[in-house]
Design a protein around this ligand. Sequence first.
Ligand code: A3P
Length: 319
Amino acid sequence: MQKSVESPTKMVSTTEDNEVEMEVPKARFWDAMDITQWEGFWFGPGLLKPAFTFRSSFHARDDDVILASTMKTGTTWLKSLSLCILKNRDDPKHDMLAMENPHFHVPTIESTLYSTKPLHVDIYDASGPRLLHTHLPHAVLPDSIKESGCKVVYMARNPKDTLISMWHFFNSFLRPDREPFPLEKAVDCFCSGLHQYGPFSNHVAEYWLESRKRPHKILFVKYEEMKSDPKGQVSRIADFLGRPFGEEEQVDEVLWRCSLERLRNLEVNKNGSVLLNVPNTSYFRKGEVGDWKNYLTSEMEERIDQTIGLKLQAIGLIL
Ligand code: A3P
C-alpha cells in the first residue's frame, strides 16, 4: 500500500486583510514531489498559496465563465470548445487555437505561477467576460463565484480512464528516461486520494451534487458523453453559456477545430510548453473511452470500482 502522509508543514494563508499561519499535512506523490493537503484535498508544489489568493482576491462578475475539472478529465478539450464558443466563433479565419495552446488562452487560475510567458490579461483585473479555468474543488471556490451570476462548466471522466491518463502524463515528464512508475502503486495513490486535487471521488461528487441543486449555475459534462454525442453535448454547452448555435455547420466547425487530431498536429502544440516542465505535446494522447482495459488488471479494476465507483454510485453518478 502506497502510503506516506508525513508530519504537518507550516503554510501562510494570505487573505485580503491578513496572513494566517496554519499547519497542513504533507505527503510524497510517486516518490517525486511533495503534495500538501488543504480542506481535504491534495495540492501540488507551490499551488496552495495561489489557491488562497484566488479564494480571497477573485471577484467574479456575472458574465464570467469558469471552467472546472480535476486532472486528466478532458480539460484541454473543454477549454478549446469554450474558447471557440465564446471568443472565436464569428471570425473562424482568426484561429486562436492555431496561435497558442488552449492552456494559454484559458489559464488555470491557481497554476499561472508556472506560466512560461506573461498572460494576455491580469486575471484578477481584466474586464469581463473572462473565460478562466480552475482545478480547485467546489468547496474552496471564492464565494463570489458561488454567489454571482457567473456560470461554471465542470468536466468529469471515468475514474479508470482518468487514472491511466494521469499515469501516462506524469510518467512522460516526471520519469522521461526511466521505467514508468509501478501501476500498482499509482492505483494505490489514486484510490487513497493521494494525488493532485485528489481525492478524485470527492472532487467530482462536490460539483455533481452542486450541479443537481443549481443546474442553471453549474453544467456537469461527462467526457464519455462528449465522445458519444459530440454535437449534442457541444450544443448543450453553448446553450448553457447563452451562445446557442444557429446552424449545424457551426457545430461541426467548432468540433473539427477542437478535435484531438487537429490540435495535436498544430505547430503550437508540437513544440514548447506553456506551463513550466510540461511539454505541450503531453496534453494530447489517445483520447479514447475505455483505454484503461489495456492496462489495469481485474484486481485493480475491482479496487477502483469498489472504492471510487461505489462512492459515486451512491450519489447517483455513473462515470
Ligand atoms: P488520454 O490520456 O486518455 O488520451 P486534460 O486535458 O484534463 O489534461 O485531459 C487529458 C486527456 O484528454 C488525455 O486523455 C487527452 O488525450 C485527452 N484530450 C486532449 N485533447 C482532447 C481533445 N481535443 N478531444 C478529446 N480528448 C482530448
